[in-house]
Write a protein that binds this ligand. Structure first.
Ligand SMILES: C[S@@+](CC[C@H](N)C(=O)[O-])C[C@H]1O[C@@H](n2cnc3c(N)ncnc32)[C@H](O)[C@@H]1O
Ligand code: SF4
Length: 418
């Protein structure tokens, strides 16, 4: 498989050059003319650490969290100031973690600093743990300017929560809070393909979410990161494919729009995820930044992050500088996550028609019934979506897993190449 992916990478990028991430980094990020820019902020604190979770997080300590937020606001100033007196228009701000609600008392301040430099046009989202969803918290979030919330339910069912090592929450309080304090979007996250899970059980969770006030759901297949300390057996691929197809048909029957491989929305065509933006700037530990010519990732170490910022340097751990073809592959891979790729958007981004660069691959994908083509849009079929999921899972486990594992051990590694 690794030979095949190297061959695929060489074919798609038309080069033997690997994706090479190195320690050198830009102190000034070239984002001022970037269109369709999203913002991401990472808050890496949690009250309890879940064994299945691969994200960059540490146990919450008040003092450390305060020092971190001081550094975070400084990072936003450092990057924001680079555009002089101009205010940059950005699509959205997404605050993830970790459990960002642990920073609720300083959220208005953080958002205030962002707004000195950026004009947000499509709202502010935040990730929440179900235990945190109460009326007072939601009111504070709303006052701070949050418009979208995303709650990490994982499962409403005791059996699967137990498999994940999580305890159940007071869902009645959560649903009442959602009913009382309205947001533009209420999303709920689930993890599926857990041992013993059936479509009937998943359907119950989807119904509970929509009946309880969610208008958007994200259903992720369980990903078995090598460094996560859990003992969860994996579901067979065929069973997983069937589940994914059943969930997709069910959500469509309920009138939902498939916004991306894993997300379904009751309102057509609104982007919610931070990942499906064409470009984004990330602030905080482990946050990534994707621009026209580079991808960079911040250090995973909270202490090293604070130390770098204290000397007014960006906390970048690794930077990848793209060749044009590498950027195209990256663009297509992440845009395909939305299950559709627009010819006009691709040409707008790269100044060259998609068909001119990847005509043969598109023809082949159409022949294999992975995609359809109409009105300038290439759209994935459910067969295509499954294979994309399969490849994405492989990519996550081979590349992201390796990189995160390295960054968990070393604050500023020399390099990593794929
Ligand atoms: C950063 S997490 C957290 C949200 C919040 N802290 C919580 O625990 O509810 C974002 C989402 O990633 C998903 N996730 C975490 N670990 C995963 C894994 N190993 N496989 C698949 N999805 C995962 C979960 O659905 C989770 O809600
Ligand atoms: S799933 Fe959420 S609460 Fe659990 S460790 Fe990950 S970020 Fe923290």
């Amino acid at each position: 498989m690794s030979f095949l992916t190297t061959a695929a990478r060489m074919w798609l990028t038309r080069s033997a050059k690997p994706f090479c991430f190195t320690k050198e980094y830009d102190q000034n990020l070239p984002y001022t003319d970037t269109q369709q820019l999203g913002l991401y902020i990472h808050i890496p604190f949690c009250r309890e650490i879940c064994s299945f979770c691969p994200y960059c997080k540490v146990r919450y300590e008040k003092q450390l969290a305060q020092r971190y937020i001081d550094a975070l606001t400084e990072e936003i100033h450092l990057v924001g100031k680079q555009q002089g007196n101009r205010k940059k228009t950005v699509t959205s701000l997404y605050i993830g973690g970790g459990s960002p609600a642990l920073a609720v008392d300083r959220l208005a301040e953080i958002i205030g600093v962002v707004k000195i430099y950026f004009e947000i046009t499509e709202g502010i989202g935040i990730e929440l743990h179900p235990d945190e969803v109460t009326v007072p918290l939601l009111q504070k979030l709303k006052q701070a300017g949050v418009t979208k919330i995303s709650i990490g339910i994982q499962s409403f069912q005791e059996t699967f929560l137990k498999v994940l090592g999580r305890t159940s929450s007071d869902y009645e309080t959560m649903f009442q809070a959602i009913r009382k304090v309205a947001f533009e979007t209420v999303s709920m996250d689930f993890i599926f393909a857990l041992p013993g899970e059936t479509f009937a059980l998943l359907k119950q969770d989807i119904d509970t979410a929509f009946e309880g006030g969610a208008d958007h759901i994200a259903i992720y297949p369980f990903i078995d990161f090598s460094f996560a300390e859990h003992q969860i057996p994996l579901m067979d691929n065929r069973e997983k494919r069937k589940l994914l197809e059943d969930i997709t048909s069910y959500c469509r029957e309920k009138g939902c729009y498939r916004e991306s491989i894993w997300t379904f929305s009751k309102h057509g065509g609104k982007k919610y995820s931070s990942m499906t933006r064409e470009n984004f700037l990330g602030f905080g530990c482990s946050a990534t930044t994707l621009l026209e010519k580079q991808f960079k990732i911040n250090t995973f170490s909270v202490e090293e992050y604070i130390r770098r910022i204290a000397v007014h340097h960006l906390p970048t751990a690794l930077t990848l500088r793209f060749t044009e073809r590498q950027r195209m592959v990256y663009y297509l891979f992440w845009t395909a996550y939305t299950t559709r790729v627009s010819e006009a958007d691709f040409e707008g981004f790269f100044g060259v028609p998609l068909r001119k660069k990847y005509g043969l691959e598109l023809w082949l994908a159409k022949r294999l019934k992975y995609i359809t083509h109409h009105g300038g849009i290439y759209e994935m079929t459910s067969k295509g979506a499954f294979y994309y999921h399969y490849y994405e899972n492989y990519y996550t486990l081979s590349y992201i897993d390796q990189m995160w594992n390295l960054l968990r051990k070393k604050a500023f590694p020399e390099k990593i190449r794929f």
